[in-house]
Design a protein around this ligand. Structure first.
Ligand code: HEC
Length: 150
């Protein structure tokens, strides 16, 4: 029998196996050094949608901690580094891992792990077992941040 977690996973991640779902939603071997080279979904990320998720309180709300030059959004935070030009500094695979689970290579980092289901804090019962963002939103964010070139 398939667990509810696996069904949700299959909907999000057609390519994923259900092996190590307690620790990661990713198929084994997805993480290579500090990158996730392969997209999480078959549908390519949409940079415009990613920009919306970046600023949206209901989405990633990344501007709580990050500022981007030229982005039309008030109250951009500075807990994290400015992401202006991040597409020149980091590859899409590097950006993907930082959004999915920065703690993989930097334990204790202040940035939330947006695409994992273990060790999340303050998760309501209705959201238990769900990552903060669905895989497609992660891909949209990767597409958006990759357009931010110096
Ligand atoms: C609670 C604050 C916080 C939030 C919210 C947050 N981040 Fe971060 N982020 C950080 C911090 C702190 C770092 C730097 C970590 C380090 O280098 O030790 C960082 C680093 C990054 C980096 C790497 C930047 C670089 O130049 O190396 C990327 C990419 C990034 N964040 C994307 C995002 C995205 C996309 C979101 C929203 C989905 C987000 N962050 C939400 C705090 C945050």
């Amino acid at each position: 029998m398939r667990s509810a977690c696996c069904s949700a996973l299959l909907a999000l991640l057609p390519l994923a196996g259900c092996g190590d779902t307690q620790t990661h939603l990713l198929p084994p071997g997805s993480i290579v050094n500090d990158t996730i080279p392969e997209p999480l979904t078959r549908i390519a990320g949409d940079a415009g949608a990613g920009a919306d998720i970046f600023v949206s309180r209901d989405g990633g709300h990344c501007i709580l901690c990050h500022q981007v030059d030229g982005l039309d959004a008030p109250f951009q935070g500075d807990v994290g580094p400015a992401l202006t030009g991040v597409g020149s500094r980091l590859s899409p695979g590097q950006i993907r891992l930082r959004i999915v689970d920065y703690e993989v290579f930097r334990p204790g980092v202040l940035m939330p792990s947006y695409y994992r289901t273990h060790a999340l804090y303050q998760v309501s019962d209705t959201n238990a077992g769900q990552p903060i963002l669905p895989a497609q939103s992660v891909e949209d964010l990767v597409a958006y941040l990759s357009t931010l070139k110096d």
